[in-house]
Write a protein that binds this ligand. Sequence first.
Ligand code: ADP
Ligand code: ADP
Length: 228
Amino acid sequence: VPVVEALSAHKTYGNGTQALAPTDFTLMPGEFVSLIGPSGCGKSTLLKLVAGLLSPTDGRLRWWRGGAETLDEPGRRLAFVFQEATLMPWARVAENVRLPLDLHHVPRAEGDARVAAALARVGLSRYARHFPRELSGGMQMRVSIARALVTEPDLLLMDEPFGALDEITRNRLDDDLRRLWSERGLTALFVTHSVYEAAFLSTRVVVMAARPGRVFKEISIDHDGPRD
Ligand code: ADP
Ligand code: ADP
């Protein structure tokens, strides 16, 4: 049973821009799929459709959970990491990571434990009481990833999360993500401009073409790494 399916989903924005031609796309549990293609080919649009942040102009999206279709909301088990670390500057690192748990009314003690575990996973336990401005860009990105993972999502969506980072930080985060994926069986879909990242991290590369945006080619990658 897939995690999410797009069935002939296409998107034309209000100003007439045809961002995505009718597209069929399936994401299976445990897949780590990268979306690559030129600027403006509809990568972010497809990601937002999958997230339920946008509705398709026509066609439909289907989300599945525990073998059953969930018509209403992909929301609760989905986490999004944006291009920039969108942390609240007035809140400490641990409070930032805690936010989604507070929104879901997770009890205090359980929340503390989950925040601590999420920060440990991204190697930032020592920075729980720091403010975002005291951290480097790469560390802030890791806080954003911890905040996404603290909800224990079924599906992690990332829109060029490491675009603004230097290569060393980026490689370190790639390693973090790869480890999380192999340890936790996360399903992920991410936009990247890095062919290296697509090849290193993903189990499938979806190549998109522009005008109007469409899936041009899909390439499966066998890693003889963690999964096998
Ligand atoms: P709002 O915040 O009011 O939704 P936006 O900043 O998203 O406004 O968009 C303002 C206008 O620019 C809209 O007409 C929208 O269709 C257009 N627009 C937004 N993003 C893009 C984009 N990436 N490419 C082309 N047009 C865009
Ligand atoms: P990518 O992520 O591959 O760069 P996008 O999905 O952001 O592509 O955009 C696909 C096309 O839709 C582009 O031509 C872009 O300018 C346009 N677009 C994106 N968002 C909006 C919007 N809110 N309103 C109008 N046009 C948009």
